[in-house]
Write a protein that binds this ligand. Sequence first.
Ligand code: HPA
Ligand code: MG
Length: 223
Amino acid sequence: MDDAVIKKPIVIPDDWPGYSLELFSYPEHYHEDIDSVYIPHGVIMNRVERLARYVMDDFGDSIVVLCVLKGGYKFCVDLVEFIKVLGRNSNKYLETRVEFIRLKSYLNDQSTEELQIIGSRDLSFLRGKSVLIVEAIVDTGKTMKALLKHVETFEPKMVKVAGLLVKRVPNMAEDLTDYVGFEIPNHFVVGYALDYNEYFRDLNHICVISKIGKMKYKEQSNG
Ligand code: HPA
Ligand code: MG
């Protein structure tokens, strides 16, 4: 069978309303700020476990995981944890080193022009290594393309990208992401470390932000 077929993401259709909030528990302080539980935490975890299996199958015996902060931190922690568990329960142990890079390209719910690499720009430790970039969300792929270009300058042996979410936007990035958790419609989502102006990282489900939430946590552009 074709690899691409085996690694199909879970596709969330445009008309998926999410689960009603009262069916789940979530931080009380957000009760007006989200419309629905879009992807429950348990489902995220089960899917991340499956992605960890793909990674185990594709990589040799060691990888450098490059976690894209801040949004990627939950996904990264859980993915690496599942890789360790799978290793303990099989005879293939994947040695993982975790490194962090910080990017910023969003203000409110809008992508800004400039990609800023805020964390360490010197990634020379990637030379000759098998690298897995771990990112929470990929939409147009502009950020990911810029990051890939930067990473390639350090001459790693191989680079793959894990994206928990890929958004169906016009000019959607095809083929940039090797491991995709969920393909979602073009909604602004928060939770599981995804933020809106730094809020909602403390929500464990992935949720759709409400109009009230957008207003309440809005920031002014200083550009
Ligand atoms: N949520 C949070 N951060 C993001 C998103 C999103 O939907 N898209 C790009 N960055
Ligand atoms: Mg953000």
